[in-house]
Design a binder for this molecule. Structure first.
Ligand SMILES: Nc1ncnc2c1ncn2[C@@H]1O[C@H](COP(=O)(O)OP(=O)(O)OP(=O)(O)O)[C@@H](O)[C@H]1O
Ligand SMILES: [Mg+2]
Length: 275
């Protein structure tokens, strides 16, 4: 977390770089979109990154289908040009540090103040793929996380096995989303171990789709030592929005109050050491 440049002490805000992780369907994309829109609403610069090969962050943000950028991972020409790789062939030689600084602006769309970038994936093949696509995506991710002075929210693929150290470097925290159910709890435990293994310093649980106090207590007890940063209620309006193919721009004060509390807790945590 670092403080935005060129601001007076009164205007100071902190930039956050977050990765949203968790089991399939727990609400990662929803939370990524809601947090990105919240930051944009506060006039903070924010890049929302769809890093899921089967991602739907564009629709959660309300980007019309025809305006969704092509995933960078699928831009063969660009990948070859930037990495100086030849298409196909064995014994491939390519640049490991391709130029990427122009890509976020060139290949993104802005929707309600959120800059959306579609990567397609972050890394492939476990520890990261030794291929031109992998080199370009890794360089782009590092650029976004370490050099761009904007908030960055990565909407990750379910699980974490695909993730390597490049995604961990520069992420302030991982938000590990859990829905009420032991399968989701077990996945969250596995993700936490993997995240710590690849060097992520802070991994926080967010409980999502919580219907009542009993659910919250049971899930929280099962998570034992893990830090729960926020509890988001089940929102019928949110579920309806997806049913209608609409964005996460819904009217549900309870849900948004909980998101506000979650964000405040995150800011507090990131301004102190340790997790
Ligand atoms: N708090 C909530 N209340 C009600 N419905 C929710 C809530 N959060 C998410 N949902 C719904 O749950 C479904 C899955 O959400 P979402 O796509 O965000 O999950 P995901 O973790 O990104 O899934 P995937 O692993 O497939 O990428 C969607 O229909 C979404 O509208
Ligand atoms: Mg998703």
């Amino acid at each position: 977390m670092f403080v935005g440049p060129g601001l007076s002490l009164v205007e100071v805000f902190a930039i956050v770089k977050l990765a949203i992780v968790g089991k399939g369907g727990v609400g990662k994309t929803t939370l990524a979109a809601v947090l990105a829109r919240r930051l944009a609403g506060l006039r903070q610069p924010v890049v929302a990154v769809d890093a899921d090969p089967d991602g739907n962050l564009p629709s959660a943000l309300g980007v019309p289908a025809g305006d969704v950028p092509e995933p960078i991972a699928a831009m063969r020409e660009l990948i070859l040009e930037r990495t100086h790789a030849k298409d196909g062939g064995a014994g491939l030689i390519f640049k490991l540090n391709p130029r990427v600084d122009d890509l976020p602006e060139r290949f993104s769309v802005i929707v309600d103040g959120v800059r959306l970038l579609v990567l397609g994936t972050v890394e492939t093949g476990g520890k990261g793929c030794m291929c031109p696509e992998g080199a370009l995506l890794k360089a782009l991710l590092q650029h976004l996380l370490l050099r761009v002075p904007d908030n960055v929210i990565l909407d990750m693929e379910a699980g974490l096995e695909h993730m390597g150290r490049a995604s961990a470097m520069g992420v302030d925290a991982m938000i590990n989303v859990v829905e009420p159910g032991m399968r989701s709890v077990r996945t969250a435990e596995r993700i936490r171990k993997l995240a710590l293994d690849i060097g992520v310093k802070k991994v926080y649980i967010v409980l999502n789709k919580i219907v009542d106090e009993r659910q919250r207590e049971v899930v929280q007890a099962a998570l034992a030592a893990q830090k729960v940063l926020g509890v988001l209620p089940y929102s019928a309006a949110l579920a309806d929005a997806d049913l209608e193919g609409a964005s996460v721009d819904i009217n549900d004060p309870r849900f948004f109050q909980a998101v506000g509390e979650l964000y405040a807790a995150l800011e507090r945590e990131l301004s102190t050491e340790g997790a």
